[in-house]
Ligand binder design. Sequence first.
Ligand SMILES: [Zn+2]
Length: 304
Amino acid sequence: MIHLKTQKFFISLTAIFCSFSINAKSIALSFDDGLNPALNAQAEHINSKILQQLKDQNIQTIVFPSLIKIGDAQGKQLIRSWGINGHTIGNHSAFHQNLNNPNVTAGSYIQSIQMADTAFSDLPHYQRIYRFPFLKEGNTAEKRNAVKSWLHENSYQLGAVSIDASDWFYNRKYLDYLKHGDTAKLERLKQAYITHLLDRANYYDQLAMLTLKRSPQHVLLLHVNAINAAFLTDAVRSFQQHGWDFISAKQALQDPLYQQTSQNLPAGESIIWSIAKTQGNTSLRYPAEDAPYETDNLERFNLD
Ligand SMILES: [Zn+2]
């Protein structure tokens, strides 16, 4: 009798465990751009604070530096420390150009990728994984296809994102409130920022369920910036409380989702957004993320 009860107990435990792992959504973090210590006195502090939090949370990510964003040797040293800490380093081009800009040619754009490759190839854990600046992949089929073919021929993996968000917008607010020493506003901003990130993650996960019929291994787009240096641990804990598991960026990018390429024009945005667009989803806003979309969320937290 006791034996039977014990067996039942283990069977129900297994059932709970299995249903939990099926329902858990997985997410990896990626950080774009990098900082230039010559232009930002806080660069080193921000960089090391983000790295420390990732270490404490045991999360392996990917950073996508752009030469024009990091400046010269000092900025590169900050990126090197990501590699030393075991994070993957990708390529985000030299000049951070918008490929949807009619003045940007495929030829000059490819040169910018090559320049960054030369500059970053000696960094630990550098890999040929490319992230398009602004997630813009070309305003014409010729440009889109020329750059994609070049990346493919040069053994580049695509560093697409599934979850686009506007941390850059909340970072502007953060710096503004910080400058004015408004601690009450900063606390409300933390809540607003985390709510925004969770909202975007859930939105793109639901869009994935509609378009892919599954929840993929997500990749979230963030930047190396002050708001993430301040609030990253709180954001990570909040995601975990809402059923998200953190996985390494390396693992997440193995999802076949990230091998798909945009069929739309203009091309780009989140890969899930892009597939939904190709499938004819008419409810999608463009661009996928922008400052005006955040007005309601700010009001919700009594911020302006
Ligand atoms: Zn960027």
